[in-house]
Design a protein around this ligand. Structure first.
Ligand SMILES: [Fe+2]
Ligand SMILES: [Fe+2]
Length: 147
């Protein structure tokens, strides 16, 4: 069993987003393995950089999808993303300076954040835009003449 296992319950029903989430989980697992193997700062730093860069990319991609789907909770969702990025960026700055190191606590925090965010916020957003898409066809049908 990996540090963080994907399960089908985590699917938000959008392939682009699911692929991104699986990739983030993969990177987290790689980081955990590298840490447990006692790899040095050069290897861990590279993996951390990749994880942070991909998180940026994923959030941007996902926000466009929620926006295109007219998700009413977009601003709140973007704030959750921004808060995590701020935390991670601060962590990375300290890590680069050597004042903090990767730890089980940090890894658990990242895993739990991602898992909870996917299961709650991302799934909620995906369900809302799916409902918007369905709702969007109703007025057109209702506007048709009855005969
Ligand atoms: Fe996401
Ligand atoms: Fe999200």
């Amino acid at each position: 069993m990996a540090f963080f296992d994907w399960n089908d319950n985590m699917s938000v029903g959008n392939q682009v987003i699911d692929v991104d989430h699986r990739k983030l989980i993969l990177y987290l697992n790689e980081m955990q393995e590298a840490m447990m193997a006692g790899h040095g700062k050069d290897i861990l730093g590279t993996i951390l950089n990749r994880l942070v860069a991909y998180t940026h990319e994923h959030f941007a991609r996902e926000e466009l999808i929620w926006k295109a789907g007219r998700y009413a909770g977009l601003e709140k969702h973007k704030k959750e993303h921004a808060d995590l990025l701020k935390t991670v960026t601060e962590f990375k700055a300290k890590y680069d300076k050597g004042t903090i190191s990767l730890s089980v606590d940090v890894m658990n925090f990242l895993r739990d954040w991602l898992k909870n965010h996917i299961l709650k916020s991302d799934k909620e957003a995906a369900a809302a835009i799916a409902a918007n898409a369905l709702g969007g066809t109703k007025p057109a049908v209702a506007a048709r003449p009855a005969h």
